[in-house]
Design a binder for this molecule. Structure first.
Ligand SMILES: Cc1cc2nc3c(=O)[nH]c(=O)nc-3n(C[C@H](O)[C@H](O)[C@H](O)COP(=O)(O)OP(=O)(O)OC[C@H]3O[C@@H](n4cnc5c(N)ncnc54)[C@H](O)[C@@H]3O)c2cc1C
Length: 391
């Protein structure tokens, strides 16, 4: 490991690896550090991504594709089920391999990748370099970088060291619980969503097939300090009647921010990307490709800033503008839609799904869906309509 780098990236998840690859491809000396001893493990993800979107970052490779999905289903607790084609063809990944492949592509582009290397603090010095304290293989180390990209996930500390992270509001988090299950009898080409507050208050459940009769079975609930049951207890109730003969191969529990992105994603010599910057989708909480896009934008601006010799926050703010131009409007909408949807009573949501299930989904249009909303819960339409008009 050298003493000084142009770009240091903290965290080798999808956002960090793409940021490191982008910086290295532009000729920057780049260090990518990962605190775990193995990139990609343990997996804390249901692993679904849009096929075309992911392909814009890395050529598709069967070794990290667990399943190809043609349809989505949305069910209510009564068992009514609407089956629809996805907006974009979907893949269920093998993230253990996918994340490693992304880090490999960063290394191929010239980045130095170091595992068991934890960032333990950072501060910008008067000469403009950022000093980063590391613990590498248990030993303290120090390096300096012109720009640090914090890609250290939902529990990011680098954002706090840079002075960015506001105190998190519980109501803006999902709590997730998921099992990787085997001997699961589901259609291998359908991703299932399950909606109903008794099942997952404020959130939803999913069954994402991974081939070979395996599936990620999980749910997110709204983080509520007064909740009487944990996400894992809701998950156990969810699987008991549905998969009585299945076994659990792995378990994950985690938090996912579902706000809009951090109000500030940059500081002098520092940029936050991916979950560290709250870039996951405010409605579904999906964050793999969004984080990869954030990582790409951030690294592009970091490269420009280094070439211009100005790594101040005011220069790096170009990254926030790029993000806002690409995602700002849709994120604001999705955030508002989620806020409106969680106020709808469970029986109304069930009615809407029940009515949609009776339609011929091959011919179903947006007009049909709106007609159902108007019939069952007109207030919902009134609340979300302003976010689709003139914004
Ligand atoms: C249960 C669950 C299901 C999900 N399902 C989906 C889904 O189906 N589709 C989807 O798109 N998204 C999903 N998500 C969200 C998705 O997993 C994240 O949005 C995505 O992983 C974010 O990528 P990232 O690179 O920002 O962070 P991460 O993937 O979390 O990577 C951060 C990395 O930083 C490392 N790190 C942390 N601190 C340090 C430090 N101090 N020094 C060095 N390294 C550090 C971590 O070890 C980790 O490897 C899900 C999340 C959960 C919890």
């Amino acid at each position: 490991m050298r003493r000084e780098y142009d770009v240091l990236v903290i965290g080798a998840g999808p956002a960090g690896s793409i940021a490191a690859r982008t910086a290295a491809q532009a000729g920057m000396s780049t260090l990518l550090i990962e605190k775990r001893q193995e990139i990609g493990s343990p997996v804390r993800c249901a692993e679904a991504v849009g096929r075309e979107t992911v392909e814009t970052f890395i050529p598709l490779n069967p070794k990290w594709i667990a399943a190809e999905i043609d349809m989505f289903s949305v069910s209510n607790p009564q068992g009514d089920c609407v089956v629809l084609p996805p907006i974009e063809k979907t893949l269920v990944l093998e993230r253990k391999i996918f994340d490693r492949e992304l880090a490999h592509s960063a290394a191929d582009a010239g980045a130095e990748v170091v595992v068991k290397a934890r960032a333990a603090g950072l501060c910008r010095e008067p000469n403009g370099l950022v000093n980063v304290k590391l613990v590498v293989q248990g030993e303290p180390r120090e390096v300096w970088a012109r720009v640090v990209i914090g890609a250290d996930g939902t529990e990011s500390q680098s954002t706090r060291w840079a002075g960015l992270k506001p105190i998190p509001q519980m109501k803006n988090y999902y709590v997730a619980a998921q099992y990787l299950m085997t001997n699961v009898d589901v259609d291998p080409r359908i991703c299932q969503y399950h909606v109903g507050w008794s099942l997952a208050p404020g959130g939803y459940g999913w069954v994402f097939p991974k081939g070979d009769r395996q599936a990620n079975v999980g749910l997110v609930i709204w983080a509520d300090p007064g909740a009487t049951k944990t996400a894992l207890q809701y998950l156990d109730d969810f699987i008991a009647p549905r998969f009585p003969n299945s076994s659990i191969l792995a378990q994950v529990v985690g938090g996912i921010p579902v706000t809009n992105v951090l109000p500030q994603m940059v500081a002098d010599g520092y940029m936050a990307v991916g979950d560290a910057a709250h870039q996951s989708d405010p409605l579904t909480a999906g964050g793999i490709t969004n984080g990869m896009q954030g990582g790409t934008f951030a690294a592009q601006v970091a490269v420009d800033a280094i070439r211009h010799g100005d790594t101040s926050a005011s220069y790096l703010r170009k990254y926030e503008h790029m993000w806002d131009a690409a995602f700002g409007r849709s994120y604001r909408r999705l955030f508002r839609i989620r806020q409106a949807v969680i106020k709808v009573p469970e029986e109304k949501i069930s009615q809407m799904i029940g009515q949609a299930a009776r339609l011929d989904t091959r011919k179903m249009s947006l007009k049909d869906i709106l007609a159902i909303v108007v019939r069952v819960q007109p207030q919902l339409l009134l609340e979300i309509a302003p976010y689709f008009v003139g914004q």
